[in-house]
Ligand binder design. Structure first.
Ligand code: NAP
Length: 291
């Protein structure tokens, strides 16, 4: 590694290691209990990004020996049909995890569908019961993306306790659960959002800066404290001058890596960890149902 650049937190390599461990565990569970863990992914319509994510999740399940129960619905599927499917999956003993791939088409009420998932099968950690457990510091299924960030920090032995953590973004999917998990790990946490004043001053105070904004290369080097840890959750698709499309994060990687101590790349950082945590949650939910 060039010492003038930040250490790269390799989410892809770590996710591969975790998935290999999960695969060994699944093989043992299968021989003990006679069935593999099962994950049902519900996707509506054919949003290309969602389809790519779903394919990635199903591929990861297949590799780990987890059974996939994919339900791919046409764009015009009704709320009732989806509710009936979720209800059937709640009852299905082969299914340990249920995930609704977001975003859904506008005519559907995503929140009401998420609430309908049996909290014991809520592997995305978005049900109010799962979020409530997180707020209370009780064990439970944790949202995959922030859980992936916490695992990355832990595996790279990055001290969180007592550190100043700033999370930019307050979505229910990433920013809020991320902040609560950092708090649970004894960081001093500040949450910033689009109405935050003096954002740069705030981000420059962060020992650990988490960008979950959804804006291409928004966090520039002048917003980052030297020798801090920068975690880029953002996934933004851009086209370069040759018309080729590629993924970039919310952090201006090339300049921020010159001053940070550690940084996650996009792709190959948090995104890969999200899938690994989904498999982890599915196995966790399976083990709970067996015990
Ligand atoms: N790596 C993964 O596996 C993974 C998983 C999920 C999401 N993501 C990516 O992470 C990013 C965030 O996702 P999300 O679902 O949290 O997005 P979101 O629901 O759109 O939330 C974005 C957040 O960023 C804040 N924000 C927007 N502009 C800002 C600004 N100029 N200054 C400060 N804050 C600003 C918003 O503030 P307000 O609340 O005030 O509007 C909001 O809280 C996206 O790029 C998404 O693709 C990645």
């Amino acid at each position: 590694m060039d010492s003038t650049y930040a250490h790269i937190l390799d989410g892809k390599a770590l996710a591969q290691r975790i998935q290999a461990q999960i695969s060994e565990e699944v093989a043992q569970l299968l021989s003990t209990f006679g069935r593999p863990p099962g994950l049902a992914v519900l996707m509506v319509g054919d949003n290309p990004a969602s389809a790519a994510y779903v394919r990635g999740k199903e591929r990861a399940c297949a590799k780990a020996g987890i059974a996939s129960f994919g339900h791919h619905f046409p764009e015009n599927t009704s709320q009732t049909e989806l509710e009936q499917t979720i209800e059937a999956l709640n009852q299905d003993e082969r299914v340990d995890g249920i995930l609704v791939q977001l975003p859904l088409p506008d005519h559907l009420n995503a929140v009401s569908l998420l609430h309908q998932i049996n909290p014991d099968k809520d592997v995305d950690g978005l049900h109010p019961v799962s979020l409530g457990r997180l707020v209370r510091g009780e064990s439970g299924l944790r949202s995959c993306t922030p859980a992936g960030v916490m695992r990355l920090l832990r595996e790279y032995q990055i001290e969180v306790k007592g550190k100043q953590a700033v999370v930019v973004g307050r979505s229910i999917l990433v920013g809020k659960p991320m902040s609560l998990m950092l708090l649970e790990a004894d960081a001093t946490v500040t949450i910033a959002h689009s109405r935050t004043e003096n954002l740069k001053e705030l981000t420059r105070s962060a020992d650990i800066l988490i960008a979950a904004i959804g804006r291409t290369q928004f966090i520039t080097a002048d917003m980052v404290k030297p020798q801090s840890v920068v975690i880029d959750v953002g996934i933004n698709r851009v086209s370069d001058s040759s018309g080729q499309s590629r993924l970039v994060g919310d952090v201006h990687f090339d300049t921020v890596r010159e001053i940070a101590q550690s940084i996650t790349p996009v792709p190959g950082g948090v995104g890969a960890m999200t899938v690994a945590m989904l498999l982890h949650n599915t196995v966790l939910s399976y083990k709970r149902s067996q015990s």
